[in-house]
Design a protein around this ligand. Structure first.
Ligand SMILES: [Zn+2]
Ligand SMILES: [Zn+2]
Length: 205
């Protein structure tokens, strides 16, 4: 981190401490949640979230799905209420943020807003959970729940496979690769001429 004019080293250390303290507050034991539940409002660690998105992409890539890149912009926000039932907890709330991904037609970087519900019940893992994927039921291992990690999962799951910069995006020219939203390359016309030339060569019998 660059210590620029007006920002003392003390401020930098303090702000790092605040980030660290926040991360610690987001790790809790279910028995510490009061009976009325607890509200959490926090900003996700953007770098950590992007690292996770990248890991998921690498796994998908190995299975030859090759999703586009996604980069979350600063500090996605989460607001959730955590309630407890025995050793299980219910987490309900919302997550919002913005990310950048290439348009699936013209490849231009496109900024997209994300605002999704977070709804999950977490049960304590006892070691014989069935493997079935259930988006509304998860397990936590050990005694603590890491709220940031739980919410991050919802951000990753909400990423769309393809995004358009605009519904009217004209895409790229298949011949020369020009972005047809911003330039006219003329390939379509000359292609038309060639086809016409072939027609001209035909003899009508
Ligand atoms: Zn586009
Ligand atoms: Zn072209």
């Amino acid at each position: 981190m660059k210590v620029s004019d007006g920002v003392s080293l003390k401020t930098v250390i303090w702000s790092r401490y605040v980030v660290y303290a926040q991360a610690m507050l987001l790790i809790f034991r279910p028995q510490d949640i009061p009976s009325e539940g607890r509200d959490f409002e926090f900003e996700l660690d953007t770098a950590q979230l992007n690292e996770r998105v990248q890991k998921v992409r690498e796994i998908a890539d190995r299975e030859s799905v090759a999703p586009p890149s996604y980069v979350f912009l600063a500090s996605p926000k989460a607001a959730v209420k955590v309630t407890r039932r025995g050793t299980s907890v219910d987490i309900h709330g919302r997550l919002s943020g913005r990310f950048v991904t290439p348009c699936s037609r013209c490849a231009e970087d496109t900024e997209v807003g994300l605002d999704v519900p977070v709804d999950i019940t977490l049960k304590k893992a006892v070691g014989k959970e069935d493997e079935q994927e259930d988006l509304e039921l998860g397990y936590y291992i050990g005694d603590e729940i890491e709220l940031q990690a739980v919410v991050e999962e919802f951000a990753v799951l909400a990423l769309p496979f393809s995004v358009l910069c605009s519904p009217a995006c004209k895409g790229l020219c298949p011949t020369c690769g020009a972005n047809l939203n911003s330039e006219i390359c003329g390939c379509a016309e000359s292609e038309g001429d060639e086809r016409f030339a072939v027609l001209r060569g035909l003899k009508i019998q």
